[in-house]
Ligand binder design. Structure first.
Ligand SMILES: [Zn+2]
Length: 258
């Protein structure tokens, strides 16, 4: 067993490693989709570039599930409190933005005091999504991050930045107010000199609001990735080489929140 990661296993829970009662977590919460889209028809696709759109049956559609697995305990009791806290947090953030307030001010409010249970639950929710995104890319299970997600530790590794979703803003210019939700997949950032992965990032967009969240890794974590998780490491290295040959455009970087 590694210090920082467990090897990727398709038939194991991406948070605790259990092989029992597995199902697929939603990429975007059903309740959030219902709130945004109501009973309206939905299409799924990549709106920032190429790719076709396909229709979704409704908020519970399997098309919205991660193929990465999660066990019943992790999908239920272990992450229920963070799930509910995120709903409250998003309502507060949406209100703040509609009043023209900076979203980061939320952490100066007494209810989200840094280190408090509600504060940690918000970050546990993003830790869960990040673990799912890593597993979706067949990456190794990040042990400390997943333990934080299920409440086994209070040491928060997750960074968060909240901004306006650029894809929503682009569509706003063409279509006006519209219903929109999305996720940013997994982005692995690498050091431009050493080529070593320095952070795992993802994002969640609900309407005009985008949550960018990430973890940063130091040399010890990088070494374990390099030496013990060759498949994933190889994928990261290949993507790094591609990005050196064809660097991301400014639009791509904004779309990825980097
Ligand atoms: Zn589990």
């Amino acid at each position: 067993m590694g210090l920082f990661f467990e090897p990727y296993q398709a038939d194991r829970c991406c948070l605790c490693g259990s092989s029992e009662s597995l199902s697929g977590e939603h990429k975007v919460k059903v309740s959030a989709l219902r709130k945004i889209f109501g009973k309206n028809a939905m299409v799924i696709g990549s709106f920032g570039g190429a790719g076709s759109l396909r229709s979704a049956q409704g908020p519970k559609s399997r098309a919205f599930h991660f193929s990465a697995r999660m066990c019943a305990s992790c999908n239920g009791s272990h992450t229920q409190s963070p799930d509910h806290e995120f709903d409250r947090f998003h309502i507060s953030i949406s209100e703040m933005l509609s009043q023209g307030k900076a979203p980061e001010l939320i952490f100066s409010l007494p209810e989200y005091e840094v280190g408090s249970a509600p504060y940690l639950d918000v970050f546990r929710y993003f830790a869960k999504l990040l673990c799912c995104q890593v597993a979706e890319s067949r990456g190794p299970r990040p042990l400390e991050l997943s333990e934080f997600a299920v409440g086994k530790t209070d040491r928060n590794l997750v960074f968060l930045n909240i901004d306006a979703d650029p894809t929503y803003e682009n569509l706003l210019n063409s279509f006006g107010e519209h219903q929109f939700a999305g996720h940013g997949g997994l982005t692995v950032c690498a050091d431009s000199k050493s080529s070593l992965p320095t952070s795992f990032r993802s994002s969640l967009s609900l309407g005009a609001v985008r949550y960018n969240f990430w973890v940063q890794y130091d040399a010890a974590v990088q070494a374990e990735l390099q030496h013990f998780h060759h498949d994933f490491w190889g994928k990261c290295e290949a993507a790094y080489r591609e990005a050196i040959i064809a660097p991301l455009s400014g639009d791509d970087r904004r779309r990825l929140g980097i």
